[in-house]
Design a protein around this ligand. Structure first.
Ligand code: ADP
Ligand code: MG
Length: 215
């Protein structure tokens, strides 16, 4: 995957965050403060502007710009967390111009490690980690079994969506939703839902790309 695929990914996140803003707001209204949709919309609008101004030369540089922009522009827990994830993923990619599924998996693992270093959430705490961790495991597993890029990304997106849905019965142990205690049960975590959107957007971006398949 080259820089254009990553630019398409970010454009697709921007589009789906706007399309799903009401749903993200509704989820955050139930167990938070109803700003998750607005936070991400503001963040990815700024990201789109930053990418138009800058045109990064490599996938890594692009992800680092996404990360630093989210950290600068998004208040709330999700800005620094997603910002750190993109920044760490971008650092892991270095300056390579073409990213294989294996390199992407390592980069996303570095991103998730950044989120966990900052937010100290583990799986089961009802956060974005509950969508991201199974998605990255699915991606790694598919790549190991020799799946093509599209198949591997499909598996990751499906696992992220399933992971987000699996947060519904969980009790929140991190972030604002944890203040609700048992009343957080019965609602999907907004950050897990947005993480699933991001993985789905990656799938869509890769599918739209006419590059030949890579391992
Ligand atoms: P805020 O909670 O500050 O209003 P957002 O509404 O934008 O920020 O984001 C809320 C989401 O952030 C939650 O649904 C959860 O997925 C995620 N989150 C909050 N705290 C943590 C944490 N410590 N680790 C991982 N994710 C977290
Ligand atoms: Mg919120």
């Amino acid at each position: 995957m080259n820089t254009a695929v990553f630019a398409r990914w970010v454009g697709e996140i921007d589009r789906t965050v706007r399309a799903e803003k009401e749903r993200l707001t509704r989820l955050d209204a139930a167990i938070g403060d109803a700003d998750h949709g607005a936070n991400l919309e503001r963040g990815f609008r700024a990201v789109t502007q930053a990418l138009a101004d800058d045109e990064p030369a490599t996938p890594g540089a692009l992800l680092r710009l996404v990360g630093s922009t989210l950290i600068r522009k998004v208040g709330g827990a999700s800005g620094p967390l997603y910002g750190t994830a993109f920044l760490e993923a971008g650092k892991a990619l270095g300056e390579t111009p073409q990213v294989s599924v294996t390199e992407l998996t390592r980069a996303l693992e570095a991103g998730l490690a950044g989120i966990q270093r900052l937010g100290a959430a583990v799986e089961g705490d009802k956060t974005m980690v509950d969508a991201l961790a199974p998605a990255i495991r699915a991606l790694a597993g598919a790549a190991r079994e020799g799946a093509g890029r599209r198949e591997a990304l499909d598996a990751a997106a499906s696992a992220a969506v399933a992971g987000a849905e699996a947060t519904i019965p969980m009790l929140a142990r991190k972030g604002r939703a944890s203040y609700l205690g048992p009343r957080s049960v019965g609602h999907e975590d907004p950050g897990a839902a947005s993480a699933a959107l991001m993985l789905t957007a990656l799938c869509t971006a890769a599918a739209a790309s006419d590059e030949p398949r890579e391992g």
